[in-house]
Design a protein around this ligand. Structure first.
Ligand SMILES: [Zn+2]
Length: 433
């Protein structure tokens, strides 16, 4: 077996590696400790947004390990980076403004922030990963000077058309210095669901420190690791999300860059998220609120400072897989038909991990016209228009975007007309009445 031992050439990049892969180096993205503990291993999986067209069906498809580690030193839960951010974001297909509920969420956020911190036409607001201007448009409407920083040129163009000034760049210390040197430090820096996709966390948060005015505020939203673990949301793990944060770990990252978390909101988005508020460590006139201490204590009590707590998660995930397969095998033995609803990224993690293909799930449907006519990555389950469900009358409809369960339950109530049933896979298989 020793003939696979590294030759001098294999110590460097082998000829097979392309610019989209990085050599395996299992060290913590935050503190550089060697990663020795697996949080959960979801096997090999394709990139969850790489939907397959008809012509690509017979071509090779790249799969990457979806193995998540936890750092024993700082407890950052993380994936190694297999694909460069340039590959993911240069022509990004995700436009935030497509979701009405998300727009309502950020419009409320803008109202709350203006009321709480009194921003006006002399303030300056910067959003990192500002996408298509979905959020900053509400500041612009109020006449509050704003700047978006967004690496994907195609979505940034849409923002500019809306009247949201946008810089097409990756954010980090360098970009922060460039903007700050023009006398443009920010009263408010916003980063929503961006932190998970940042390969160099120290550079990103270090940039915030430079860009922030003395009495300025940073707000950052990210899915809460505590909720991911409690509610078994392992399917929200994708290659594109490199890091998963507890409040404690987020606090450590910000503290390392001279930023103190002084408040936190627990919000329902993405299955349960946190919105943290940071200020310069020196600005002690802004006191640290009760909610910070309360959440910190709750996480410590739940075990987030003990490696064993993280290592237990794996077994829960395996049990979920067994339960989903039990249900599907039973349904098939009884001669029942099963279709899917939705083609979200999380569905792809779930189906690839569980090995569910057209042998169990005949097809899925999605309202997004760009996905219709394509196939799910890896599993090659075809995606149709939602009308297909009415036409084929399946016995079960498996709801893949379980976070929208209530909304979909209402929309799909008509499956009862032929005795069909709706099923959710997470936190565990449940047949909805
Ligand atoms: Zn670490």
């Amino acid at each position: 077996m020793n003939n696979m031992r590294a030759t001098p050439a294999m110590n460097d990049r082998t000829p097979l590696q392309t610019e989209t892969t990085v050599p395996a180096r299992a060290c913590c993205r935050l503190c550089d400790t060697v990663l020795r503990h697996i949080f959960v291993d979801l096997g090999m999986s394709p990139l969850c947004e790489s939907y397959v067209s008809d012509e690509q069906l017979n071509a090779m498809e790249p799969f990457y390990p979806l193995c998540v580690y936890v750092c024993e030193n700082c407890f950052l839960v993380q994936l190694q980076q297999y694909v460069t951010p340039e590959t993911i974001f240069s022509d990004y297909a995700y436009f935030s403004s497509y979701s009405d509920s998300w727009l309502r969420h950020v419009s409320n956020y803008v109202d709350t922030m203006v009321e709480r911190f009194g921003y006006n036409d002399r303030s300056f607001v910067v959003e990192l990963a500002s996408n298509d201007g979905y959020l900053l448009q509400y500041f612009v409407k109020r006449g509050i000077p704003s700047l978006g920083i967004e690496p994907a040129a195609n979505v940034a163009d849409v923002a500019v058309q809306k009247g949201v000034p946008t810089l097409v760049k990756f954010f980090g210390v360098r970009t922060a210095r460039e903007v700050a040197s023009q006398g443009k430090q920010a009263d408010l820096i916003i980063a929503n669901n961006a932190l998970a996709q940042v390969p160099d966390l120290n550079d990103f948060v270090g940039g915030m420190k430079i860009l922030l005015r003395p009495r300025g505020v940073v707000t950052v939203e990210f899915p809460h690791l505590m909720r991911l673990m409690e509610e078994n949301q392992f399917d929200t793990i994708y290659h594109e999300h490199f890091s998963y944060f507890s409040f404690l770990t987020a606090e450590k990252i910000f503290a390392a860059h001279g930023l103190t978390l002084f408040d936190v909101d627990e919000i329902p988005t993405h299955g349960g998220s946190l919105r943290i508020y940071a200020r310069h460590a020196e600005e002690e006139s802004i006191p640290v609120g009760k909610r910070v201490t309360e959440l910190r204590e709750r996480e410590i009590a739940a075990g987030f400072t003990r490696i064993g707590h993280y290592r237990n998660f794996s077994e829960k995930v395996k049990e979920t897989k067994r339960k989903l397969l039990d249900f599907l095998i039973q349904a098939k033995r009884e001669g029942k038909s099963v279709a899917g609803y939705g083609a979200p990224g999380k569905g792809n993690t779930l189906l690839n991990y569980c090995g569910v293909r057209t042998d169990f799930l005949d097809y899925t449907v999605d309202r997004n016209v760009h996905k219709q006519g394509k196939f799910l990555p890896g599993t090659h389950i075809p995606i149709f228009h939602p009308d297909r469900i009415r036409e084929t009358k399946p016995d079960y409809v498996l709801i893949l975007p379980w976070n929208l369960k209530d909304e979909i339950r209402q929309q799909m109530a008509y499956v009862h007309e032929w005795g069909g049933k709706l099923v959710v896979p997470i936190p565990e298989v449940e047949i909805l009445s």
